[in-house]
Design a protein around this ligand. Structure first.
Ligand code: NI
Length: 251
């Protein structure tokens, strides 16, 4: 499903965008399943439902709701064809031993949905278990600059792990950010509903605020290699090659 030239582009840029991935019926089904989970506040007790950019959720005025591990709360997500297709594409990029890692869903509310600051997904991994993975990001409506499309820095996956901190330096906040980053050369990825954007765990990315009148929904699936990736750990482990890189804790 992924052509050799697309694989080359992915290796060069650290991301790949495809305009067609999920059908309108599949988008509607994902929205229905996730909508039920958000409306019953699934995952709240487990700490899986959070406001990504705030210390706690204000349900009257959320900034950016994230449900981590929705498939733990709605097992029908495990058997969707969307997931099987993403898994097959992950095998084509990572190798035959690619396995599902986790999923998450995000709703940015209308008018003032928060931006997602620049970050590398690998900064969210435990420092002793940094590994290469792939995120398959599916917008559940059209996404453009007005409602929070993704932006990437091409080639950044070949660079180092940038120093991250909790957003705004507030240690109570789950979301991480690279506080000082030149985003020169960043590419905005505009996609229709059901499109797909794939990125590597080191690729620097950002998502804009949602200024539109409708909520911005997304569903993401992550895959990783089953085998232990010693080379990657060597490069991105906490104590070895980049002793000063990695997380900056809040003051
Ligand atoms: Ni990310």
């Amino acid at each position: 499903m992924i052509a050799e030239r697309q694989r080359r582009a992915f290796r060069r840029d650290g991301f790949l965008a495809l305009p067609e991935f999920a059908s309108p019926a599949e988008v509607a089904e994902l929205r229905a399943i996730l909508g039920r989970l958000f409306s019953r506040r699934a995952g709240l007790a487990e700490g899986h439902l959070i406001d990504f950019v705030a210390p706690e959720i204000d349900f009257d005025r959320p900034h950016m709701l994230q449900l981590r591990y929705p498939c733990d709360h709605a097992t029908e997500l495990e058997t969707l064809a969307v997931r099987a297709r993403a898994h097959e594409m992950a095998r084509q990029i990572l190798g035959a031993d690619a396995i599902f890692a986790f999923d998450h869903a995000i709703i940015k509310p209308p008018h003032d949905g928060s931006p997602t600051p620049w970050h590398q997904d690998i900064a969210f991994h435990d420092a002793w278990d940094r590994h290469l993975n792939l995120t398959f990001w599916i917008p559940l409506q059209d996404v453009g600059r007005d409602n929070g499309c993704l932006h990437y820095l091409p080639g950044s996956h070949r660079g180092r792990l940038e120093p991250h901190r909790p957003i705004g330096g507030d240690a109570r906040i789950h979301g991480l950010e690279v506080p000082r980053l030149s985003s020169q050369g960043a590419v905005a990825v505009l996609l229709p509903a059901g499109g797909l954007s794939i990125h590597e765990s080191r690729t620097l990315h950002y998502a804009g605020p949602n200024r539109s009148a409708a909520p911005r929904w997304s569903y993401a699936l992550a895959f990783k290699r089953r085998r232990r990736d010693w080379l990657h750990r060597w490069r991105f482990g906490p104590l070895l090659r980049d002793p000063l890189a990695g997380l900056i804790r809040a003051d």
